[in-house]
Ligand binder design. Structure first.
Ligand code: AMP
Length: 282
């Protein structure tokens, strides 16, 4: 596996690959890999001749009071894990090379970024779309793999790609969970044992919601109340519980095939998100 540190060298590598007629799959990440990241990498290797993983803790997607400074990092471990997955290139640029002092451009998707996580994290998705657009230009992938764990991010990126006529196929990967149901996240390392236990209320809420729709419940307000009650049994702060269409992210009063249950909570100082397409078979 090659480790590439600058956008210029990355693009030179991509140009060499493209000149041979071969394809590139990209997995954008912020590192500190867990099994969820590794599954995305596996999917990338299946979808193209070459897999590139970017590792960049993108400062412009963090708010002033968020965890940029303490975001977990372990570069040498990440290199070993990516290599073991058959990744061809780990692209790990410096902040100064991604955002030179004179940089003045932002890529903004409007509407879809206002609600859900956008409400408590203003500017977050502008940071995400800007860095993903830059990565697409630098790495020139045919396809890019994203996890459904960050389902609003996925909808926003799909919108950006469609709106900008970008010839990149977006591949959705299902949520990868721990055996007890907690969605894997680099931020889970922040949780104490009791917080980690409390965090399981998210998966319990998903199980409850699935059972209720299978039994025929269609009113979102009823399920909303039940899910909030269930979450409140633990020492967590609810940021939002929403039932939205998985592409438009519009709230839905009637639960249906396209409905996603999306939740964000705070456990101690750690913000956790989870979601589920309620009618989808697992
Ligand atoms: P991150 O490093 O947290 O920015 O995540 C990089 C990519 O991995 C994003 O596309 C995430 O949606 C995806 N990802 C993170 N955690 C999971 C998970 N538990 N299951 C599936 N995909 C995930």
């Amino acid at each position: 596996m090659e480790i590439i540190r600058t956008p210029l060298e990355m693009t030179a590598w991509a140009n060499r690959v493209l000149a041979t007629g071969q394809t590139i799959a990209l997995v954008p990440t912020m590192g500190f890999f867990h099994e969820g990241h590794l599954r995305l990498m596996r999917k990338a290797t299946e979808n193209a001749d070459h897999a590139v993983v970017s590792l960049f803790v993108n400062p412009i997607q963090f708010g002033a009071n968020e965890d940029l400074g303490r975001y977990p990092r372990n570069f040498s471990r990440d290199c070993q894990l990516a290599q073991a997955e058959g990744v061809d290139v780990l692209f790990a640029p410096e902040v100064e090379d991604m955002y030179p002092a004179e940089a003045a451009t932002r890529v903004i998707v409007s509407g879809l970024t206002d609600g859900l996580c956008g409400e408590s994290r203003p500017g977050h998705f502008n940071g995400v779309t800007t860095v993903v657009a830059k990565l697409f230009h630098i790495v020139k992938p045919h396809c890019a793999v994203f996890g459904r764990k960050d389902f609003q991010q996925l909808a926003v990126i799909e919108r950006m790609v469609a709106d900008l006529n970008w010839d990149v196929k977006i591949v959705r990967h299902p949520i990868v969970r721990e055996t007890d149901g907690l969605a894997m996240s680099s931020r889970n390392t922040y949780l104490s044992a009791s917080e980690r236990h409390a965090a399981l209320c998210l998966f319990r809420a998903i199980g409850h919601a699935r059972r209720r729709v299978r039994a025929g419940l269609v009113e979102a307000t009823v399920l909303h109340r039940e899910v909030e009650e269930l979450l409140r049994r633990e020492a967590v702060i609810i940021e939002y519980v929403s039932f939205v269409d998985q592409s438009t992210l519009r709230p839905q009063a009637v639960l249906q095939k396209s409905t996603v249950l999306a939740m964000a909570i705070k456990v101690g100082t750690t913000r956790l998100i989870d979601n589920d397409i309620l009618f989808e078979e697992h």
